[in-house]
Design a protein around this ligand. Structure first.
Ligand code: FAD
Length: 291
């Protein structure tokens, strides 16, 4: 099926795009088009106007900033997977991108599109949650910053109003020797995950000095497992410690849908937490052996 008729706009600058958003109604922004175009073809959404932001050059950049990394909203999944800046400062993000869809979709899909679409199983929100990301939203009348954990306002509902655009995302980076883990379960490679976990750990000798742990696929938005993080800090990694941390998943409510029940998603998430923690701990051991 083809999409219904719409008027196409292709601004060359952010100001032009914000002006269009302020003046038009019944609008959708077109980023990578990997979710929007299927939804239009199925006629789930039928906007009167499309604003294609692919020509706005500054939105496609990834930069190192003083204590973090800044992504333009149009940075593509594949760009993040291969970026030297990401591989050096936030390698978990590059590792997570391996799990997003297929190569063709990663070539076009964007960080901003993923965050605005806000599928509960998307990898970006969880990867950004462990990095305490801040999302910059702009409109013609101003701008505001939204912490990643306040981004989801319900099922596939981001913290955005009609004339606003997500323009950039800044993540805090961790010390050079931090370690990470990412694990998810999908029915087939490239499918959305049933559930997954992203982990960052830092160590003081053998002891975990800092931990960040987020889940995807179990709630409508990304969630940080703060109790599990607190349990990990000050401890030496062990199977028992990781099992105990993974048990914290049981406190999450969980979501049911046609793909899986909440209880199944939580079981899967709990196993993914353990796997992600084991990956991180293994990396730490390898670093210690190499030192
Ligand atoms: C077969 C298939 C498998 C997939 N598997 C996965 C997967 O495993 N994991 C995963 O995370 N994703 C997956 N995706 C989704 C993919 O990652 C999309 O790229 C992503 O969800 C949307 O990004 P986009 O840039 O293509 O956005 P678009 O499709 O262009 O837009 C999506 C929505 O976001 C809005 N939007 C876009 N940019 C902005 C902005 N800057 N400000 C405000 N609103 C904006 C649009 O108006 C639209 O409503 C899959 C997609 C397909 C088709």
């Amino acid at each position: 099926m083809k999409p219904p008729v719409f008027e196409y706009h292709r601004p060359e600058s952010l100001d032009e795009a914000l002006e269009l958003l302020a003046t038009l109604s019944d609008v959708k922004i077109l980023a990578g088009g990997q979710s929007l175009m299927p939804m239009m073809n199925f006629r789930y959404v039928m906007p009167a106007h499309i604003i294609d932001i692919n020509r706005i050059k500054e939105l496609g950049e990834i930069h190192r900033v003083h204590d973090g990394v800044k992504f333009g909203a149009m940075a593509r999944h594949d760009q993040a997977k291969k970026s030297e800046i990401i591989l050096e400062h936030c390698p978990l993000i590059a590792a997570g991108m391996e799990h997003v869809a297929h190569a063709q979709i990663r070539n076009r899909g964007t960080i901003g599109g993923s965050l605005a679409h806000l599928d509960p199983s998307a990898e970006w929100p969880a990867l950004l949650a462990v990095h305490d990301a801040t999302l910059r939203v702009q409109s013609k009348s101003g701008e505001r910053d939204v912490p990643i954990l306040e981004w989801s306002q319900g099922f596939m509902t981001p913290n955005l109003v009609e004339d606003e655009m997500l323009t950039e995302i800044t993540v805090a980076i961790w010390p050079e020797k931090h370690v990470y883990g990412f694990a998810e379960l999908a029915r087939r490679k490239g499918d959305f995950a049933l559930a997954g976990a992203a982990v960052l750990l830092d160590f003081d000798g053998e002891v975990i000095s800092r931990a960040a742990l987020a889940l995807l696929g179990v709630e409508v938005g990304p969630i940080r497992m703060i109790d599990a993080e607190n349990l990990l800090v000050g401890e030496i990694p062990s199977d028992e410690l990781f099992r105990e941390a993974a048990e914290h998943v049981t406190v999450v409510a969980g979501i049911d849908d046609v793909h899986a029940s909440a209880s199944y998603r939580k079981k899967v998430a709990s196993v993914m937490v353990r796997r992600a923690l084991e990956q991180a701990s293994h990396q730490h051991k390898s670093q210690a052996l190499a030192a």
